[in-house]
Design a protein around this ligand. Structure first.
Ligand SMILES: Nc1ncnc2c1ncn2[C@@H]1O[C@H](COP(=O)(O)OP(=O)(O)OP(=O)(O)O)[C@@H](O)[C@H]1O
Ligand SMILES: [Mg+2]
Length: 406
């Protein structure tokens, strides 16, 4: 029996299913998190053998003590965390208890966007021209060297927060005061083109499963334009010829960073010339229902697939790429509470066989902050074997499904 400690098993939304995956492959699952046990999602409670509530996951001394106490009762075999802020913590605790899995040095390459790109540059991988900056002077110097248009973003960013496209020196002066609160910034060449992901489940350095998803539009635009209905489309054919440079790069990146076992989520650009340019990579699954998309596209359970890869070094359940799967995020017009939803019945009647999930805020619920979460006021998921048909449906849901708040 393998004893796996999972940090934050109840949050974010996908974690309960990963916890269940671990239980499914026979692991004894020990959850540590900040939520009171009674507040854990039902699936998490089903998955866990033991739950330890802590005041703060980020108090490393207290966490170490907790793990010591657990270690007196059971042998801890692995520590896992699939939530971005906890990836470094899990690595640090692993080192302390001499457990297998990603070290702090390796995890840093997945978290620090400058260290990441330097390592990839050394491996000959095409990254955007980049420099690190800590104040206005350094940002200006970096801009001088990189040229416009450029991107200014946090070295340890998430969710496109504090990320700015800057087109000229005048705009740069407007951005500098707005990023003053960010200690370490990355300044990058702005890369034109479409944005894709390359996501994997690996074991022992081998890629057991890969997924390519297309962001429509690019995440930075999705976060800037409120009236849009952003989509993520998991592709039935990730081995399409035009995507080959990105998939090849994905494998090279994993090798260059020495990734061994677990989930990875890389973002990359496909330029109008057909060149792949690296964006970023994280040692965790993508969020915003992208794992569900993989499951809908391949008719499998990648939560359990990940758990099996982590615990047993393989993924034995059969799967095949049968569909393109798209999630469409909706934002209500107006502010306050959801007042009405228009167009849903007609869309459901029309695409009955293809809509696999409807998860919209109900009438009366307060709107979510669309800048804080791509999920926004809810989403639909559709799937179809044909790529164009998938995009048509997704676009139709983008325009014809309307939420209003007041
Ligand atoms: N060099 C670049 N050229 C063009 N666009 C960029 C560049 N860097 C970032 N972006 C845009 O900004 C978005 C956010 O940047 P990035 O993915 O590096 O940060 P993040 O905040 O960690 O992302 P996430 O939203 O995935 O958590 C990207 O998805 C992309 O749309
Ligand atoms: Mg990103």
């Amino acid at each position: 029996m393998m004893n796996v400690v999972m940090l934050s098993p109840g949050f974010p939304a996908e974690m309960p299913w990963f916890a269940l995956g671990l239980a499914e492959v026979g692991a004894h699952v020990i959850g540590i998190g900040e939520q009171p046990e009674a507040m854990l999602p039902e699936a998490t409670r089903r998955a866990l053998d033991v739950y330890v509530q802590v005041g703060s996951l980020w108090d490393e001394a207290a966490m170490t003590e907790q793990l010591r106490m657990i270690g007196r009762r059971v042998r801890i075999d692995r520590i896992e965390c699939l939530w971005e802020p906890g990836v470094m913590l899990a690595a640090s605790l692993r080192e302390r208890f001499e457990l297998p899995g990603m070290s702090v040095e390796q995890a840093t390459l997945f978290r620090d966007k400058e260290a990441m790109k330097r390592r990839l540059d050394d491996a000959g991988i095409r990254t955007p021209r980049h420099a690190v900056a800590t104040d206005g002077g350094e940002i200006r110097a970096a801009a001088e060297q990189i040229g416009f248009p450029l991107i200014v973003k946090p070295v340890a960013g998430a969710g496109s927060a504090d990320t700015h496209r800057v087109d000229d020196a005048k705009a740069l002066e407007r951005v500098i005061p707005r990023v003053r609160h960010v200690a370490q910034l990355s300044v990058e060449e702005y890369v034109e083109g479409e944005e894709f992901t390359f996501d994997t489940i690996c074991a022992g350095g081998d890629v057991l499963y890969h997924n390519v998803a297309w962001y429509r539009p690019k995440p930075l635009l999705a976060r800037t334009i409120e009236w849009s209905s952003p989509q993520t489309v998991s592709l039935r054919d990730p081995d399409r010829a035009d995507l080959a440079p990105g998939v090849r790069m994905g494998h090279e990146v994993l090798r260059a960073l020495g990734f061994d076992t677990g989930f990875t989520h890389m973002e990359w650009f496909l330029t109008p010339d057909g060149e792949a340019v690296f964006g970023e990579i994280a040692a965790r699954p993508p969020g915003a229902r992208s794992v569900d998309l993989m499951n809908y596209a391949c008719d499998f359970d990648s939560f359990t697939g990940w758990a099996e890869a982590v615990c047993h070094g393989r993924m034995s359940a059969p799967w095949s790429r049968r569909y393109n799967a798209a999630v469409i995020f909706k934002r209500a017009k107006g502010s306050g509470r959801i007042a009405r939803i228009e167009g849903l019945e007609r869309l459901v009647a029309r695409y009955r066989r293809n809509i696999v999930c409807v998860d919209l805020l109900p009438v009366g619920a307060p709107r979510r902050d669309w800048k804080m979460s791509l999920i926004s006021d809810g989403f639909l998921i559709v799937r179809h074997p044909d790529f164009t048909a998938t995009l048509d449906m997704a676009d139709r849901i983008g325009t014809d499904l309307r939420l209003f708040a007041s």
